[in-house]
Write a protein that binds this ligand. Structure first.
Ligand SMILES: CC/C=C\C/C=C\C/C=C\C/C=C/C(=O)SCCNC(=O)CCNC(=O)[C@H](O)C(C)(C)COP(=O)(O)OP(=O)(O)OC[C@H]1O[C@@H](n2cnc3c(N)ncnc32)[C@H](O)[C@@H]1OP(=O)(O)O
Ligand SMILES: Cc1cc2nc3c(=O)[nH]c(=O)nc-3n(C[C@H](O)[C@H](O)[C@H](O)COP(=O)(O)OP(=O)(O)OC[C@H]3O[C@@H](n4cnc5c(N)ncnc54)[C@H](O)[C@@H]3O)c2cc1C
Length: 602
């Protein structure tokens, strides 16, 4: 119910308080990140910690890191990540802001030459950030060397006013009433603003005092390293958001009753309807699947970072493909699922007090930020096409594409599934997912060789990413899992995750000959049985997420199930209910009613 201004101020207040507690309690960086997570309100600090600091860590020299990170860690400066412009977001190489080196003063001149070159979207830029990593085309000795990162001070550290030559503001209200409106996404224009040469982030390339451009021995793709890092964290965010929505919908489904009363008996809990289960339980399974794949992705990212430190860049393309693909598939699935959870809760799901509209609005932009989901899947497709061509020339693929090395078998195998029970076998499931992904990638490579097109391979990329998620779920179940019966429940969820994908993408599985129509219908039969088996534990499986009522913020998802009292109480809190007769009655409603009454008497 807060206005935009109040909401923004509230964000500033919470961030300042969180920082105070961080210092008082000597929280580690990881603990401080958790605190930010539980504040659960997008704000400038997200950009500072999640993008500004990592950009300096990844692209700054040791000296630059020492200088800037020391201030950033103490919040003496607040930073953002200013990459996107009004005219270009996805096409990073198309950015127009210029950084022209002036050897006479040993400075870069930062400039926005066109309207479309205005920086547009960076979080915290609008009203808060004092500094930014700004991406601009580096021009020296008359030559354009493409996009590089520069640290710029934007606002005075005394009175917060923008520095000379910098025009800066907020880009305006966004989707939903709360959601991302707590963030001051900003616009910025630069008018020949001078910064010292040593504010170019120089780990990837340097400009010498004389203006010579010098490459380092690290690949230029490290310029995109911050995005790899953030995409990895977004997978965990997606899993968390999805599990919150599912928690609300499952708990409410166990409370809500409609129909089914025979001779005055109790009505049916809506969660018992098969249609409800077939819509909701795949989301429950996905929430667990995304959590496990998110944990694995964090491991992969740590591994690639360690390798990069010792100048081993070999796993960077795979890390890029995995983070891009998983960010894309998990955030798209999460946004769709939250929307569906609202419908699964019927009319009450549409109320703000259900918590679902806010959850949807705040997670929807994850499909766009850190890379539009379609654009990112096309990057995965590009990686797959390269891998197929390497396999064709006899190179053994590794990591998440290792299955492609089994090309002889996977291109012609037939699924071993013959009965409904055979779909319980993880090896049988994995084989059909591998065969589908490989066959789609090979088909795509063949089509591209006939008629090259950037957009080919989108579906093959989805198939590959889904294979990764299924595989990581299966692998998780090979570990020791504590708790009586927990592993069995997770096995059922793993089955649901995989089989619902077969159901959803049956066209792919049939057209590539990976399963027959009969096997497809056996998979559906198995899925129905799994839904029935998961039903008795569905509430426990969402309770296991261990969310407090406060964090869930939902009248429908309350742990105690006292849904109707909560809805009733929430309704009375609405500002419209502050008066019995509404504002506007005297000016608009009363005259209208009186006039109609008069007319009716004529
Ligand atoms: C509580 C909340 C907590 C946290 C909140 C989380 C986040 C905060 C919320 C929002 C903040 C949002 C921030 C942003 O959105 S920042 C802006 C993000 N912008 C993008 O993601 C732009 C998307 N576009 C791109 O990434 C690339 O430019 C694109 C991948 C499309 C590549 O375009 P192009 O085809 O022109 O390629 P080149 O630039 O020429 O690159 C060629 C080469 O490089 C490889 N590549 C590309 N990206 C990467 C990468 N990230 N890492 C490694 N390698 C990469 C690419 O595959 C090519 O390789 P090759 O095939 O070998 O030539
Ligand atoms: C809430 C939010 C916060 C953000 N925060 C930041 C930030 O802090 N810093 C920052 O720098 N940026 C930020 N951004 C910007 C964000 O990164 C970009 O919006 C995003 O990368 C998408 O780029 P775009 O807007 O140019 O979309 P476009 O690329 O213009 O996309 C428009 C449509 O075209 C399609 N499309 C584009 N290219 C292709 C292609 N090659 N093939 C097929 N289809 C294509 C897309 O799929 C999409 O449907 C933020 C955005 C949002 C929404």
């Amino acid at each position: 119910m807060l206005s935009r201004k109040e909401l923004f101020k509230d964000t500033l207040k919470k961030a300042a308080h969180a920082w105070k507690r961080t210092v008082e309690l000597h929280l580690t960086e990881e603990e401080a990140n958790l605190l930010r997570l539980y504040i659960d309100q997008p704000g400038y600090v997200d950009l500072h910690w999640v993008m500004f600091v990592p950009a300096i860590k990844g692209q700054g020299t040791e000296e630059q890191q020492k200088k800037w990170l020391t201030m950033a860690y103490k919040f003496q400066i607040i930073g953002t990540y200013a990459q996107t412009e009004l005219g270009h977001g996805s096409n990073v190489q198309g950015l127009e802001t210029t950084a022209t080196f002036d050897p006479s003063t040993d400075e870069f001149i930062m400039h926005s030459p066109t309207l479309t070159s205005s920086k547009w979207w960076p979080g915290g830029l609008g009203k808060t950030s004092t500094h930014a990593v700004v991406y601009a085309r580096l021009i020296t000795e008359g030559k354009d060397y493409g996009i590089h990162g520069f640290i710029m001070q934007l606002r005075s550290l005394d009175d917060h006013s923008p520095l000379p030559g910098i025009t800066i503001g907020d880009i305006g209200g966004k989707f939903g009433s709360g959601a991302y409106n707590s963030m001051d996404n900003g616009v910025m224009r630069l008018d020949h603003v001078r910064i010292p040469r040593d504010q170019m982030l120089m780990r990837l390339a340097q400009v010498t005092r004389e203006g010579k451009y010098v490459h380092s021995d690290v690949p230029k793709q490290l310029l995109y390293g911050t995005m790899v890092y953030v995409r990895q964290t977004i997978v965990a965010d997606a899993s968390r958001a999805l599990s919150r929505a599912v928690c609300i919908a499952v708990r409410y489904g166990a409370i809500r009753k409609q129909f089914g009363s025979k001779a005055g008996g109790p009505e049916t809990q809506v969660l018992n309807y098969k249609t409800q289960q077939s819509r909701l339980f795949p989301f429950l399974a996905s929430a667990y699947a995304f959590r496990f794949v998110g944990q694995w992705l964090k491991w992969l990212y740590t591994d690639v970072t360690q390798k990069l430190e010792s100048k081993d860049f070999s796993t960077l393309p795979e890390a890029h493909a995995c983070t891009a693909g998983l960010k894309s598939v998990t955030t798209s699935a999460t946004a769709d699922a939250i929307e569906e959870c609202q419908k699964l809760c019927g009319g009450h799901g549409y109320l703000n007090s259900s918590g679902l509209p806010e959850l949807f609005a705040v997670n929807l932009p994850a499909c766009t930020y850190e890379g539009d989901n379609v654009v990112l899947l096309l990057q995965v497709a590009r990686f797959l096409m390269k891998t197929v061509s390497q396999v064709a020339s006899g190179k053994q693929p590794v990591g998440t594409t290792a299955y492609m090395g089994n090309i002889q078998h996977l291109m012609q195998c037939k699924s071993v599934v013959n009965t409904v029970e055979d779909w319980l076998n993880p090896a049988a499931i994995k084989e059909v997912f591998e065969a589908r992904a490989l066959r789609m990638a090979v088909n795509c490579a063949q089509n591209i060789s006939k008629a090259p097109s950037q957009e080919e391979g989108f579906e093959a990329a989805v198939a590959h990413v889904q294979l990764i998620i299924v595989t990581k779920f299966i692998e998780k179940l090979q570990e020791d899992i504590l708790g009586h019966g927990v592993k069995e429940q997770l096995q059922k969820l793993c089955g649901i995750y995989a089989l619902h994908l077969i159901h959803k993408h049956l066209g792919d599985f049939l057209s590539t000959g990976c399963v027959t129509a009969r096997q497809g219908s056996l998979a559906n039969e198995r899925l129905g049985k799994l839904y029935a088996q998961v039903r008795p534990n569905a509430v426990a499986l969402v309770d296991a997420f261990d969310y407090t009522d406060h964090y869930l913020g939902s009248a429908l998802g309350r742990y105690d199930g006292d849904v109707y009292s909560a809805l009733y109480k929430e309704a009375w809190k609405d500002p419209l209910n502050e008066t019995v007769v509404p504002d506007g009655y005297q000016e608009h409603l009363r005259p209208l009613l009186k006039q109609q009454l008069k007319l009716s008497r004529l």
